[in-house]
Design a binder for this molecule. Structure first.
Ligand code: SF4
Length: 291
């Protein structure tokens, strides 16, 4: 049983943050396989609560809308997260399908930040066991917002994965607060230090324009500096292509992303991949949203 009145909380967040429709939350533990811009055919693993959005960030661009419970401390909500045996059953059933199902990657992602699950490490162990049994050629990984990267248990779990795609949208704490709107207890410097000491990671960065932006000269230069310090295997940069939690945000053009990529590669030696996808949701800054 949930500890909050979800209807009231959802309405409150909707009133505060949502000005246009966003995509619905994933309703189960697995979803897909979906064709992803970055991951090919990816089976998604949603290990967040399913009836509301639980995350340590409340990003202005989140495709799921405003965060209902924004926290890094999960103990009060433990019973709302999927149990280990439910996770195992759901994943086994998704993988035990006819072999014409293509799966390149199995990815922890879902309705919020997956590493917030109180038993994330145990879930990684279960997923690894099943991936080896059913799809040994597939890779197991995570899309994370990096907020928990300093936690020992999370770091142990991350080390067991084949790939770690870690969010860093900004090069400084001020823009971080404006764009990612972290919950209390999330510290920008701790994230940076955690990322610097992780090996073999891919950075993921959303560039946005409009009322809140991270593509100004100073913001890009600070971000590049941090990329150079973290030294990821590569960085993947992209812009909006889905409805967002806040209006007045604009998509950054592919040309601008290419420019940022070229500058970053020259300044840091890190490979930068620009990810652009056509989508029915794409729109330009100030273009009215149409359903
Ligand atoms: S970290 Fe991801 S799930 Fe959480 S608010 Fe940001 S975009 Fe949404």
């Amino acid at each position: 049983m949930s500890k909050i009145d979800l209807k009231t909380e959802s309405r409150r967040y909707r009133e505060r943050y949502l000005e246009m429709p966003t995509i619905p939350l994933q309703s189960g533990i697995t979803y897909g396989p979906v064709r992803s811009r970055r991951l090919g055919w990816s089976l998604g693993l949603n290990i967040s609560p399913i009836s509301y959005k639980f995350c340590s960030f409340n990003c202005v661009y989140c495709q799921y809308g405003g965060t209902t419970i924004c926290t890094i401390k999960t103990s009060d909500w433990r019973e709302d997260f999927p149990a280990l045996d439910d996770f195992e059953k759901a994943l086994e059933s998704a993988l035990h399908k006819p072999k014409d199902n293509e799966i390149d990657n199995i990815t922890f992602s879902g309705n919020g930040e997956p590493t917030l699950h109180p038993q994330f490490e145990e879930l990684v162990d279960i997923a690894k066991k099943l991936q080896r049994k059913y799809f040994p050629e597939a890779k197991l990984g995570v899309l994370s917002n990096s907020s928990t990267v300093a936690m020992e248990k999370v770091r142990r779990a991350l080390a067991k994965l084949d790939f770690r795609i870690m969010k860093l949208d900004t090069g400084g704490p001020e823009t971080f607060r404006k764009i990612n709107r972290p919950c209390p207890g999330v510290d920008y410097e701790a994230i940076l230090n955690g990322l610097k000491s992780l090996e073999n990671i891919t950075l993921q960065t959303m560039f946005i324009d409009g009322a809140i932006s991270n593509i100004g000269e100073q913001e890009v230069s600070e971000w590049m500096e941090k990329v150079g310090e973290i030294k990821p295997v590569k960085a993947q940069i992209y812009s909006l292509h889905r409805p967002t939690a806040t209006t007045s945000l604009g998509e950054v053009s592919a040309e601008k992303l290419e420019e940022i990529a070229a500058q970053t590669e020259e300044a840091t030696g890190v490979t930068v991949e620009v990810i652009v996808a056509s989508s029915p949701y794409r729109r330009r800054y100030n273009e009215p949203y149409r359903k």
